[in-house]
Design a protein around this ligand. Sequence first.
Ligand code: ZN
Length: 254
Amino acid sequence: MRIIRYQIKNETPKYGWIHEDNLGAIDGNPFGEYRRLKAETPLQNARLLAPCQPSKIVCVGRNYVEHAKELGNDVPKIPLIFLKPPSSIINPGDTILLPPQSQQVEHEAELVIVIGKRGRHIAAEKAREYILGYTVGNDVTARDLQKIDGQWTRAKGFDTFCIFGPWIDTDFEPLDALITCRVSGQPRQMASTRDMVFNVGTLIAYVSSIMTLEPGDIIFTGTPSGVGPLKDGDEVEVEIEGLGKLTNPVKNEK
Ligand code: ZN
């Protein structure tokens, strides 16, 4: 099933689900008890929103060998994690704003895990029980500021720097999926999720050994090689085969 959050005109945003070219509302909480109402509203009548509202956005750095190398880093022995603030989230299709503080804002195409159930100290073998599904992500990064700061809060935390969606797929298999990123039609990133250093189960075990994971929390699993700069007027497309595609325009912040 594909779960969305959507808005029609100025109505209150709702959770829903997609069937072919239609959407139906979800009555209840997609992270708990719910009922699917008939999918009879054409998708084009709705605006798709970020598909959940995470209390925290956990990200994994250097989880692909080739990407660690391209930035001159070693692959970490244990997962390297950081947080993005929820205020950095924009919706699928919204504009990424390039802040004046940075001269080098880059895309990072990533597979994103959506947590379905509260958990702490989750064993890797049990991780599946805590996952609602997967979505496509773009962990936008001010690379120059990341290099200057050491701590990555500024480089990763600007408004509009967190994009995920357009839906949560509850049946997706993450083991060997092709991730691609194109910028204004030009290919930039292409790799399989099988090249991850730490897999989904290991990441959930590691993160939940530190912090309680809540329903709707999301984990960006790291980006493959091929990251590169975005400029005013670009359009970034991140796609994961069998999962979905995110497209966002890029503009200079005024
Ligand atoms: Zn990233």
